[in-house]
Design a protein around this ligand. Structure first.
Ligand SMILES: *Cc1c(COP(=O)(O)O)cnc(C)c1O
Length: 417
């Protein structure tokens, strides 16, 4: 991975023709250390949010050596880039071949399930192993989340007792409950509420859990989405855990994806054409900007221009734009609004921020596009939950700036007490 001081240096020195993924490993380090310092349990990184080797290596180097994996390819990735780390196979529906390979070839002992059939499958595919950690995935309310993850997986807590009992009987090692409150969860109390539901299911089953896994869902900062401080989420989890019927020795786990990586990547795209307020870019929704099209998220942006073998950042006055990606599909449209200088023109470069989670991970090769080179930089991300952000980008109407200020102020207040 080539290193530059800032994205502007990349524009100045290389004038890249193709989109470039910009990695900020320092942002991953800071987030990894924050979770270890503030979450009172074990932190598993959900690999699907961003499976880049540099992410896995940076996390491992900063103490996150547990990984939530969902496929054999993810298991191989972790084995290669963070050898010796602990993996939990948390996809509730797995192939027999994947279960066997995980157990026998990669030493995976932790598996999730949400029905009796999957429990039987896991026991069968591991040769009746007695040393499994079995995690029962519950479907809980996803009211406060931008993306619900309860529709597809998880057993209704009211139906869960017989499955909890079966899982308890099937292993001499750990039996746990897991859930996911939904991705980009904006309501800290969602965790406590889910833990209450989990606790009731355990009481009805008459079993104790050895592990309570509160899943992912921890938010990041996007324009127009102002999450409460991450400390509030930790408080909610602590309260929820204190109220649960558990042993003294019951372990608390979490599986953050987004919150560990969202800040740590942006993408540098080039304007191929401007038509009024529509900018046609060389990067789009079949590349790294899936959420900009399909969830209509207005990611933060800034503009750089090359002139006379040099490059500079262009600032206000700003106006709203929408983007089109490079493919021929009309779905490849990102409504924004993206606030950029009034005189954007062909050849200008646009850095799109906060694409570290479910951004660089989503890129396809559709229509012959999607080949993205990755470089690293040392400057701060566009926005941060960890007080890292540089001056915000969308200056005049900066919800982003306010968000950052807010989370900083909260961070300070908490540190004092
Ligand atoms: C996707 C996923 C995560 C990560 O979710 P985030 O919202 O990115 O934190 C964690 N656990 C499971 C089981 C998942 O499917």
């Amino acid at each position: 991975m080539q290193r530059y001081h800032t994205p502007l240096d990349l524009v100045r020195m290389r004038a890249p023709e193709r989109p470039v993924a910009i990695a900020r490993p320092d942002a991953v380090s800071v987030a990894a250390r924050w979770f270890q310092d503030n979450f009172k349990g074990d932190v598993f990184y959900a690999v699907k949010a961003n499976p880049s080797p540099w992410v896995i290596e940076t996390l491992a180097a900063n103490g996150v050596t547990s990984f939530d994996v969902a496929s054999i390819r993810e298991i191989e990735l972790v084995a290669q880039h963070a050898p010796g780390s602990r993996m939990a196979f948390m996809h509730p529906v797995k192939s027999r071949a994947a279960i066997s390979a995980a157990y026998f070839d990669h030493g995976v002992r932790t598996f999730s399930l949400d029905c009796h059939e999957e429990l039987d499958k896991i026991l069968d595919a591991t040769g009746g192993a007695k040393d499994l950690n079995l995690m029962v995935r519950l479907a809980v309310s996803a009211d406060g989340a931008a993306y619900s993850l309860a529709g597809k997986f998880g057993i209704d807590p009211l139906q869960a007792p017989s499955l909890l009992l079966a899982a308890r009987r099937a292993t001499q090692e750990l039996m746990g409950v897991a859930f996911h409150v939904g991705s980009q969860c904006m309501r800290p109390t969602a965790y406590q509420a889910a833990m209450t539901q989990a606790s009731r299911a355990l009481v009805r089953a008459g079993v104790f859990a050895d592990v309570v896994d509160v899943g992912g869902g921890f938010p990041s900062v996007y324009p127009g989405m102002t999450p409460p401080a991450l400390e509030d989420y930790m408080d909610s989890i602590e309260r929820g855990f204190a109220e649960m019927m558990v042993h003294e020795t019951t372990e608390l786990w979490c599986e953050p994806g987004r919150a560990l990586v969202a800040e740590a990547s942006s993408v540098l795209a080039k304007v191929e054409l401007r038509k009024g307020d529509a900018l046609y870019l060389n990067e789009g929704s079949y590349g790294t900007m899936f959420d900009a099209a399909h969830a209509k998220w207005p990611f933060p942006v800034k503009m750089m221009r090359r002139q006379d073998d040099d490059a500079h950042e262009v600032e206000g006055p700003l106006k709203p734009y929408r983007f089109y990606g490079p493919t021929c599909d009309s779905i490849d449209h990102m409504p924004g609004p993206f606030w950029l200088p009034e005189d954007v023109r062909e050849g200008d470069y646009i850095e799109i921020g906060m694409l570290g989670a479910y951004g660089v991970a989503m890129s396809t090769g559709f229509n012959g596009f999607g080949e993205v080179e990755t470089i690293s930089v040392e400057d701060a991300p566009m926005a941060s939950m960890y007080g890292l952000a540089r001056r915000s980008i969308a200056k005049p109407r900066s919800d982003l700036q306010n968000v950052v200020k807010l989370s900083r102020a909260r961070g300070k207040k908490r540190r004092k007490k």
